[in-house]
Design a protein. Structure first.
Length: 180
């Protein structure tokens, strides 16, 4: 008998997630990608053979898209977060001298970033997994790519985050090696 016919098996669904980024409201989030890990490799050549060794670990950028809600002043909130990280427009010489984005300010100002993927188990429990990005900061901001009279779609903002690493947890707790 295939495991899909068993009523106990339940896959995680891509539409069951929550993204928490500082003070942004949960309901404006449209999509987010989960973290990915890449292990660089080193090589050693000996005679006619090549041997490979694992190298440094790198984490990809995480991007998310939000709907630009007028009531929630989403554009203003995101730009304030960017300004509070140390950015100032170079309109005056004194302002440009103070316009230094620092990692400390950028990570403090953005706040905690948590991606939770929800899943309902056969026992009625909400089985969730969570990725908590550590030292995340805004790497890229893209406002609506184009405005036109042919569309009534909501305006969106795309944000890319860079981070140092993530912690992982599920309903049983944290995973050793990833924050446990």
């Amino acid at each position: 008998m295939a495991f899909w016919s068993d009523g106990v098996t339940e896959p995680r669904r891509n539409f069951k997630f929550l993204l928490t980024v500082g003070t942004l409201p949960l309901w404006i989030v449209k999509q987010v990608n989960l973290p990915a890990i890449t292990v660089a490799e080193g090589t050693h050549k000996f005679l006619n053979h090549t041997f490979y060794f694992p190298g440094t670990v790198e984490y990809n950028e995480v991007s998310f898209t939000v709907v630009d809600s007028i009531n929630e002043e989403v554009t203003k909130r995101i730009l304030e977060s960017f300004i509070n990280s140390g950015y100032n427009t170079p309109e005056q010489e004194t302002a440009s001298l103070d316009s230094l984005i620092t990692k400390g300010q950028a990570t403090r100002t953005l706040g905690a970033v948590r991606i939770e993927q929800l899943g309902s188990g056969h026992d009625g429990q909400t089985n969730k997994i969570a990725f908590v990005l550590r030292n995340a900061w805004i790497n890229n901001l893209e406002f609506a790519t184009g405005l036109n009279y042919d569309s009534s779609d909501p305006s969106e903002i795309s944000v890319k985050l860079r981070y140092d690493f993530f912690n992982f947890a599920d309903t049983a707790g944290t995973l050793p090696g990833f924050g446990g």
